[in-house]
Design a protein around this ligand. Sequence first.
Ligand SMILES: [Zn+2]
Length: 89
Amino acid sequence: MYKYDGSKYHALTTIHELGHTLGLPHTFETSSSAKHQFYQGYTDNIMDYNDKLDPSGINQDIQLNEFYENNLASFKWQWDIIRNDRSIY
Ligand SMILES: [Zn+2]
């Protein structure tokens, strides 16, 4: 859905923050509105982060999310959250 270019990091941040204003949680956080939860940094979703956390908590070195570099996606359930939010009509 979104094309990632290394020089457009700020544009991606803007899209990510716009997602929050439309009611989207991070993909790695529990939320009453999120249908699924993923480890941080393991998806190509716009509401994920560019750095990954080791789910085991053993490796604390910052590693980049290798899925984040190209086409940034959004899930259908995220579009459903936006569509079903009556406060933005
Ligand atoms: Zn965020």
